[in-house]
Design a protein around this ligand. Structure first.
Ligand code: MG
Length: 482
């Protein structure tokens, strides 16, 4: 290894340590932190990000030397990631980042209140301001074509609106066709049945045990919104929630977060602490969670296994059959709330959000147009119309957080999960045999162990011979729902 690379890796080891510490602090914030600690914690996050920024800028004088010295995929990947990180901090002035952080932390509080009261007018000034700040961010970052491309690239390197448009223009009409023809059930008696959280906790533990989650390298806790934090290859945290009824929700949210965790746990340990030693993108991350949650978790083979676990811990499951539970796990019903949507209608929700946020950033619509356009688009695509903005454009936290360009990565995740399915014709034999090791080895070789050595499109080309390819997902949906 060259001396410049050695120097760069030393800086990165420190950045890694800061990321590790921030990760643990965010996990704590969502799980066990005492309420009054919020302001101090915010201050600490701010200071840590300033330290990260200073450290990153120290890499600047090394880049030119590194360029002459890279000679293999890992060092090329490291240089690519260093360049990306540097570009962000050199192009975007600290004052803009501070403005974004200040406005979004106030906006999140206002949004919670506005959502509760279904009062969009209250949130509107913040949405206006956040859109303006994101436009400014796009200008600073630079882009070709749409300014939205600059924001997309922050979450999914190298992806542009053309890619997203191509995915939706195939996926949406085909999903509509399948939705019209499917005979999947639209409700189940289990949706309203109440359970005791301690029973479902046992179920979740046994499911995690079955898929082989390593208890010495991960843990599960409870939080309002389930999430995963990967601190290192030896410490990944997931959370779930227990709502007291509709028990499939907690099971599938646990399996979903486990998919994220398996990705974080599967990095080649020799890459840890290097620039390439992180998950490559939001979309690829979501592909892992969706693959485990929907394609494995909701399959007939997996349902039979989960059914046996349910019978042990939930008395009211006793008089049912695996096929009734399978129907319950696979209800299809157009609905208003994204996080409750089934795998067939989910992408319509993302399509609506993408359409609106792209037009906001391109200056084609105004923030005040959002509620009515939202309702119209949802009705046009799903045949149901929100009664108020709580059920409509105020339901997600993303915009108040300042995240524009993130939503489409959910659909990219579903699309890549479809490709994982298409490339593993042996998949359901493995599930039937409870051979989850084989599945993890497959995902590990194709994606997990590689970290960010290759940008997402190149990773997909190398591992599967295609990029974001919606035909695989449509074929999966056809086989399952038609
Ligand atoms: Mg997820």
């Amino acid at each position: 290894m060259s001396s410049s690379m050695k120097e760069a890796l030393e800086v990165y080891k420190r950045l890694w340590a800061i990321r590790y510490a921030s990760g643990l602090l965010s996990w704590d914030l969502e799980t066990y932190m005492p309420k009054s600690a919020a302001a101090d914690r915010g201050e600490v996050f701010g200071q840590l990000s300033v330290i990260s920024q200073d450290l990153t800028l120290r890499l600047s004088p090394l880049v030119e030397r590194l360029e002459k010295e890279v000679n293999d995929d890992v060092s090329r990947g490291n240089l690519r990631v260093i360049r990306r990180d540097l570009a962000f901090y050199t192009k975007v002035p600290p004052s803009l980042l501070q403005d974004i952080s200040k406005v979004t932390s106030e906006a999140t509080v206002t949004w919670r209140d506005a959502r509760q009261k279904s009062d969009f007018k209250k949130f509107l000034p913040y949405l206006n301001r956040i859109v303006e700040l994101n436009k400014e961010l796009a200008e600073k970052l630079g882009y070709e074509g749409s300014p939205y491309n600059a924001l997309l690239d922050l979450y999914e390197e190298g992806v542009r609106t053309d890619d997203i448009d191509a995915v939706f223009s195939y996926l949406i009409p085909n999903s509509k066709r399948i939705l019209e023809k499917t005979r999947a059930p639209s409700s189940s008696r289990f949706e309203t049945m109440e359970y005791s959280p301690s029973d479902l906790e046992k179920v979740n533990r046994e499911v995690l045990q079955m898929i082989g989650m390593p208890w010495d390298r991960f843990r599960i806790d409870v939080s309002t919104h389930p999430f995963t934090v990967g601190l290192s290859v030896n410490d990944v945290r997931i959370t779930t929630r227990y709502e007291g009824k509709d028990f499939k929700q907690t099971i599938f949210s646990t399996i979903h977060e486990s998919g994220h965790a398996i990705y974080e746990l599967g990095l080649d340990p020799s890459l840890q602490g290097q620039p390439v030693g992180t998950a490559v993108s939001s979309g690829i991350h979501e592909s892992q969670s969706r693959f485990w949650e929907n394609i494995i978790g909701r399959s007939r083979q997996m349902t039979e296994k989960i059914y046996e676990i349910l019978r042990k811990h939930l008395t009211f499951v006793g008089d049912s059959s695996p096929s009734e539970i399978y129907d319950y796990f696979n209800i299809v019903r157009p609905s208003l709330i994204r996080v409750d949507a089934d795998e067939l209608t989910y992408n319509f929700h993302i399509f609506v959000r993408y359409t609106l946020e792209k037009q906001l950033i391109e200056g084609k619509i105004d923030a005040s147009d959002v509620p009515s356009m939202w309702d119209d688009l949802i009705e046009k695509n799903l045949g149901v119309r929100p009664k108020n903005d709580t059920e409509g454009c105020l339901q997600d936290i993303h915009w108040s957080n300042g995240s524009f360009g993130y939503f489409p990565t959910y659909t990219l995740g579903n699309v890549v999960a479809g490709t994982l399915w298409a490339s593993a014709p042996w998949l359901y034999d493995s599930v039937a045999e409870a051979d989850f090791h084989r599945i993890k080895t497959y995902l590990g070789e194709k994606i997990h162990r590689l970290g960010s050595i290759y940008p997402p499109k190149e990773l997909l080309r190398r591992s599967f011979g295609k990029e974001y390819y919606p035909r695989d997902l449509v074929r999966y949906l056809e086989q399952k729902y038609l």
